[in-house]
Design a protein around this ligand. Structure first.
Ligand code: SF4
Ligand code: SF4
Length: 306
């Protein structure tokens, strides 16, 4: 992509290596999205109709992933590194006005960056938007699939829009698309205090349970209002008792292993078995009942046992 040649000229400094990594990662991700509609392994017969129906959205996702890189050339060459609280409020108001449901902040630990991928700054703004509950509750269905793709596209466009908002006000930004990021979003969102990762590997939040899209913007703002919180650290204990996601997966795609080092049970999804039916999201206890209700019942139960 010609854009990378341009960026390499602009950032002929320590960021060159990061831009090379970005070029590889974005090119690979776009390749896999464009290939998906015709890949026999990825498209089941009953999904063909929805795949064709959502083709424009899928191409839009690919274009907006490309835009996360193309727009880097709009970054100011001498970006500002601090922001007043009024500016952060203004940013959050704008994010909410265009449909982002939650905004939070975190430093990015190195271990959350995917191998061979790179970010321009380790200051992250994490963005969340809700996935429609009615559509999730229809899983597995074409409607659920369509909603999933539409929200990826919508959330990705808004993430790019917010990165531009920052640039226009003197801050450098690197947007990361929800459909193919460079970091583990769920863990980053957990670090930012938005919720906790459940046994199914998705983020669980008080507002939307497991139903959200997540993206990030890496920015030159060094003084983001990061708040540490472990409000949701009770969730793994609840998951150990629940396991609805594991028990309801039609493909038995979940595997539980005991870590030889810590003795802890780790759950992972066998990628080749998972066809993205969304049943584990639908069946999650946090999609069935309110967060506060589950928390209070679980706490009462624990108190009675103790
Ligand atoms: S998306 Fe469907 S197949 Fe994949 S892990 Fe969840 S329930 Fe199992
Ligand atoms: S279904 Fe149960 S075990 Fe699975 S993530 Fe949700 S709460 Fe945890």
């Amino acid at each position: 992509m010609a854009i990378f040649t341009e960026l390499k000229t602009k950032y002929a400094d320590y960021r060159l290596n990061k831009i090379n990594k970005l070029e590889n990662s974005i090119t690979n991700q776009i390749g896999s999205i464009k290939a998906a509609p015709t890949s026999p392994n990825k498209v089941m017969p009953d999904k063909l109709e929805i795949t064709l129906k959502t083709l424009p959205k899928q191409l839009s996702i690919a274009k907006n992933m490309e835009n996360t890189v193309k727009t880097l050339k709009h970054n100011p060459s001498d970006p500002k590194s601090t922001a007043k609280s009024e500016f952060i409020r203004k940013f959050e108001d704008y994010a909410h006005s265009i449909g982002m449901d939650k905004v939070s902040y975190s430093k990015v630990p190195q271990e959350l960056i995917f191998k061979d991928k790179s970010i321009l700054f380790d200051n992250a703004i994490i963005l969340i938007s809700e996935m429609d509950k009615n559509s999730v509750d229809m899983a597995p269905s074409p409607q659920t699939q369509e909603m999933g793709i539409v929200t990826y596209d919508d959330h990705g466009k808004k993430t790019n829009q917010l990165a531009e908002f920052l640039r226009e006000r003197g801050y450098a930004s690197h947007a990361s698309h929800p459909a193919g990021g460079v970091v583990i979003y769920t863990w980053l969102a957990q670090n930012a205090g938005l919720g906790h990762v459940g046994k199914h590997g998705m983020l669980i939040t008080p507002e939307f349970g497991p139903r959200q899209r997540i993206s990030a913007i890496f920015t030159s703002i060094n003084n983001l209002p990061i708040e540490e919180s472990d409000n949701h650290s009770w969730i793994p204990n609840f998951c150990e008792k629940c396991k609805r996601c594991i028990n309801n997966c039609p493909e038995n795609a979940f595997v539980e292993d005991k870590s030889s080092e810590t003795g802890e049970t780790m759950t992972r999804v066998i990628k080749d078995l998972c066809h993205g039916c969304t049943i584990c999201m639908k069946e999650c206890s946090f999609n069935k009942r309110e967060y506060a209700q589950i928390k209070s019942k679980f706490q009462n139960l624990k108190n009675r046992i103790i």
